[in-house]
Design a protein around this ligand. Sequence first.
Ligand code: PMP
Length: 430
Amino acid sequence: MNTQNSKNAFQQAVKHIPGGVNSPVRAFKSVGGNPLFIQSAKGSKITDIDNNEYIDYVASWGPMILGHSHPDVIEALHQTALKGTSFGAPTLIETEIAELICDMIPSIESIRMVNSGTEATMSALRLARGYTKRDLVIKFEGCYHGHGDSFLIKAGSGALTFGTPNSPGVTKGTASDTLTAEYNNLDSVLNLFREYEDQIAAVILEPVTGNMGVVRPTDEFIKGLRKACTENGTLLIFDEVMTGFRVAKGGAQEILGITPDLTTLGKIIGGGLPVGAYGGKKEIMEHLAPNGPIYQAGTLSGNPMAMTAGLVTLKKLHETPDFYEKLEEKAAFLCNGLQENLNKLNFPGVINRVGSMFTLFFTNEKEVNNFSDVMKCDTDLFAKYFMLGLESGIYTAPSQFEAGFISIAHSTEELQKTIDASYRALEQLK
Ligand code: PMP
């Protein structure tokens, strides 16, 4: 496979861009080599600047659930752009998308648009603190909530991949307001509630994790969190930036049957354009400016381009009959195939999947249920598997600690090709 153009492009990029990338997770540092530079994408495929084509399981890290360059999204964007890209004043489309989101996720009665998932979680946390008049927040080891200071404590995703889960630059004061607990370990949370009685503003978590790879919460854990939050006057925040409209029409909260107080969203609701949002009980949201004293704002928040791409995407998800059933079938087909490969070759590994999010963990453990299980994975083996995948035309996240995403555009043929490529790679690595 010739990737010379990408190599050259990377050498140019590093001259003026730190690490050559505008987001660290794009670097191939932890798997060796340099990132591929992408020129275009359509449906389930992306094409690099050497004209190599790959079946894509990164999906821009989650948003592209319809596949890339969906004709309806592109056409709507075109029409919107012709009318102007930003006014800094209310538009009808903002109300329309707010109504649709509140309809699809009933726990959200009122919603505020922002420009990224990071902004969504930062703002939700400020709201929770302002509302409860408390300072502390509990987050979970390995969960990632964007790069806000309060969340770069034992963080997942790129922070974990590159060995900096606690980022320098976060002040001691901020860091000491963030308490960390262990995912799927309710006692670790209850102990903090006992130790810091009446001081905890919020518990925030990925209700299904993607940023340490896919891990599902146990029933006992998630129900226990809800109960503990209610009893302690603490807000439960589901960070559904990744899982929202991904694992089900109503997000992870639908499949778990748990109602959070606040939900953060991003990715899919922008249909591939920059976006974030946070929402929840109206009574809480009313504390935001201009109605209440808790301040949060944004020049480009709710801008027509992102709202258009998001609205068209959400409408498809809402109106296409059996959309999530079809996506589930595709995801099950792929992951069953990958599991059969492991079985046939007697290759140690665990596949975790929730809806169209999945991770193949290279581990000798039988299950991966929390951060310490995740940390037992063989990242060197992952790196080799990743590179073999690329050579077979399969593009996945360049880190063991991430989720893969399947879109509705992935055909059975492409999924089978992926299963076959995975088999050959595992055979070689055995
Ligand atoms: N929360 C979660 C659960 C995420 O997965 C991400 C991004 N991967 C974020 C927050 C941050 O979103 P953004 O990158 O848009 O700031």
